[in-house]
Design a protein around this ligand. Sequence first.
Ligand code: HEC
Ligand code: HEC
Ligand code: HEC
Ligand code: HEC
Ligand code: HEC
Ligand code: HEC
Ligand code: HEC
Ligand code: HEC
Ligand code: HEC
Ligand code: HEC
Ligand code: HEC
Ligand code: HEC
Length: 310
Amino acid sequence: MKNISRRKQFSLFAFCCLISFVFLISQGLYAQEEAAEHNSEHSTEKATEQSANQNAGQEDTGQDIYSQDIKPLTTRECARCHYSVYMSIKKGKGAHKKDCTFCHKTYHSFQRGLTWDERVPHCQNCHDLPHGDSKEMKQCLKCHTNAHAPLASLDMKSIEPFCTTCHSQQAKEIKDYPSAHSAVNCSVCHHDTHGYRPLCTECHDKPHTKFIDNASCMACHNPHMPTNINYGTDVPNEVCAGCHPDPVERMKSTSAAHGRLKCVFCHAEKHGNIPTCQSCHSIPHAKKMIEKFGDCSKCHGNPHDLNMKK
Ligand code: HEC
Ligand code: HEC
Ligand code: HEC
Ligand code: HEC
Ligand code: HEC
Ligand code: HEC
Ligand code: HEC
Ligand code: HEC
Ligand code: HEC
Ligand code: HEC
Ligand code: HEC
Ligand code: HEC
């Protein structure tokens, strides 16, 4: 009986040794992997550091370490272990390019019972609630998926349901002026990244004018209410010509003064506006004559060529 329990004890001991051995090996391998990863970046730095460390208890200053002050870790020192965090901040190119300890006043506070939230800083501490206090808008990391690169990591899927919350003007326009554009989600046009501005010609590859940059199209069409067409005073006649060949032909072939005018001088501001002759000419003839013959066009004919009817 005694023997058996001894053997049991021994095998338990052996088992523990094996476990520790495997653990140590794996730790060693892990450390080596980590080191290999970092060595490529910091090989020269490491080399000088190692030679300094050979003077045990002295390091680089040549003085006894234990009589020196301990300086806080610098951002570059944190970065040796937290290389990926450092790279996110660097590549994110945003306003979070600060020292680690600007945000992490405390860190490495692994203690039983401390939750994650108690170990890392909170967005709200510095930013309050910039998008309001709704339940969804409080979940900062759902949209800003990387705390260290909050703009570069914006997630389109999580943002999509809230476009209209933040951009209420565009949302109102697209709803109040129903058009083919109202039938699609915002992100069909504004795809891939937040703030992407699509070109009209991505979808309208053969537009009705030869002016094909967005600014030209938007001189008449607001992208969120494209059927509500407004324009300025210097639209060339040929833009209208594609759809209205008849007035253009008439104006070209006449010697009357109207032929030298711009379409938008008379059809001003909004597509479809039709002016009255009187709005420019008042009534140039005797009242009696107008009463007798009626409408101006009875004598002057088509307004585009004023081909006087005899
Ligand atoms: C010698 C390596 C090393 C250095 C240097 C180091 N850390 Fe860490 N840090 C770790 C390890 C290991 C963990 C735990 C594993 C993990 O989460 O990656 C950790 C975890 C963390 C965490 C997670 C939350 C927590 O506190 O538990 C934060 C935040 C952190 N470190 C911040 C920093 C900051 C800031 C610095 C520099 C001032 C720094 N670390 C320097 C190795 C290091
Ligand atoms: C310790 C303070 C602090 C914490 C914690 C913090 N930030 Fe910031 N954040 C800043 C400062 C400072 C700026 C720059 C502000 C400025 O320039 O007006 C900034 C800027 C930003 C910006 C604008 C970025 C840019 O590049 O212009 C966003 C977005 C942002 N933070 C989101 C977050 C989110 C999300 C969290 C939580 C995951 C967070 N922040 C946590 C301090 C903090
Ligand atoms: C602008 C504030 C800010 C700065 C600067 C900042 N952090 Fe953080 N960090 C945070 C916040 C907020 C979290 C918590 C994210 C979460 O809740 O998951 C965090 C989480 C972490 C974590 C744990 C989660 C992870 O992403 O691995 C580590 C490690 C960490 N930071 C290290 C660093 C290091 C190292 C630096 C400097 C190179 C740094 N942080 C700079 C705000 C910051
Ligand atoms: C529904 C998605 C979403 C959530 C949730 C969210 N954000 Fe944002 N946040 C955005 C978008 C989109 C922007 C606009 C980015 C830009 O300016 O290009 C933004 C911008 C910001 C900015 C910089 C612009 C500004 O308004 O000054 C800060 C700071 C910020 N968020 C912090 C936070 C914080 C803190 C939280 C949590 C309390 C949070 N965000 C939650 C989507 C979100
Ligand atoms: C949390 C608020 C928020 C959400 C959600 C949000 N945006 Fe924005 N968006 C902003 C802010 C802030 C700006 C910067 C505005 C500025 O500079 O005037 C912006 C800018 C833009 C711009 C213009 C970018 C530029 O070049 O100036 C577009 C386009 C845009 N957002 C589209 C969208 C679309 C589409 C969605 C939904 C997928 C969306 N936004 C969701 C806040 C938000
Ligand atoms: C992501 C694709 C996409 C983009 C970008 C886009 N459109 Fe459209 N648009 C459509 C589709 C689809 C229709 C409906 C079918 C059609 O008429 O070709 C449409 C219809 C229209 C209509 C007719 C609306 C109606 O209800 O009859 C106008 C006008 C228009 N687009 C102008 C523009 C202008 C101007 C731009 C740039 C500012 C633009 N579109 C950008 C997809 C797009
Ligand atoms: C049919 C395509 C299309 C749809 C759908 C669409 N947009 Fe746009 N949006 C555009 C185009 C095109 C521009 C102008 C790009 C430019 O300035 O060259 C634009 C510009 C914007 C801007 C910048 C505004 C400014 O004044 O510069 C915001 C913000 C925006 N859109 C938000 C939205 C939101 C929110 C929705 C959904 C409610 C939406 N868009 C739906 C095509 C679209
Ligand atoms: C001078 C003003 C003007 C300019 C500039 C302009 N459009 Fe138009 N567009 C119109 C008018 C007017 C209509 C006809 C509206 C109607 O049917 O009631 C129209 C109709 C459309 C339609 C509806 C389908 C069709 O062809 O009949 C699309 C799509 C369109 N425009 C896209 C564009 C694009 C893309 C650009 C830029 C390349 C552009 N427009 C530039 C005035 C303009
Ligand atoms: C893409 C084609 C297109 C372009 C470009 C276009 N129009 Fe039109 N226009 C139409 C269509 C289609 C109608 C008739 C439907 C309607 O009333 O909206 C119309 C109607 C009109 C009417 C009203 C006719 C009536 O009997 O009520 C006038 C005036 C007019 N257009 C002037 C212009 C002028 C001026 C331009 C140049 C700035 C122009 N259009 C550019 C397609 C176009
Ligand atoms: C001197 C002012 C004037 C100019 C310039 C002018 N129009 Fe007109 N247009 C009118 C008036 C007035 C009517 C209404 C005629 C009627 O009620 O019978 C009209 C009618 C129209 C109509 C609807 C009836 C029809 O003839 O098809 C269209 C379309 C039109 N114009 C397009 C144009 C275009 C395109 C141009 C430029 C090439 C142009 N107009 C230049 C004054 C003008
Ligand atoms: C938006 C203003 C405007 C409208 C509307 C308008 N005209 Fe004119 N009209 C002019 C201008 C400008 C002239 C040239 C005056 C000059 O050269 O002194 C002109 C000249 C004329 C002339 C003299 C022609 C010539 O060759 O000398 C006649 C006739 C005329 N208009 C008739 C009409 C009639 C009829 C209508 C309505 C169908 C009309 N106009 C609508 C602005 C307008
Ligand atoms: C009974 C036929 C008739 C009617 C109706 C008529 N006109 Fe005339 N109008 C003429 C004749 C004839 C002239 C002189 C022709 C010329 O000099 O070439 C003239 C000349 C004009 C001129 C040029 C005047 C100048 O001083 O150079 C204008 C402008 C004009 N008409 C506008 C109108 C307007 C606006 C109306 C409608 C309110 C109208 N006409 C109705 C017959 C008419």
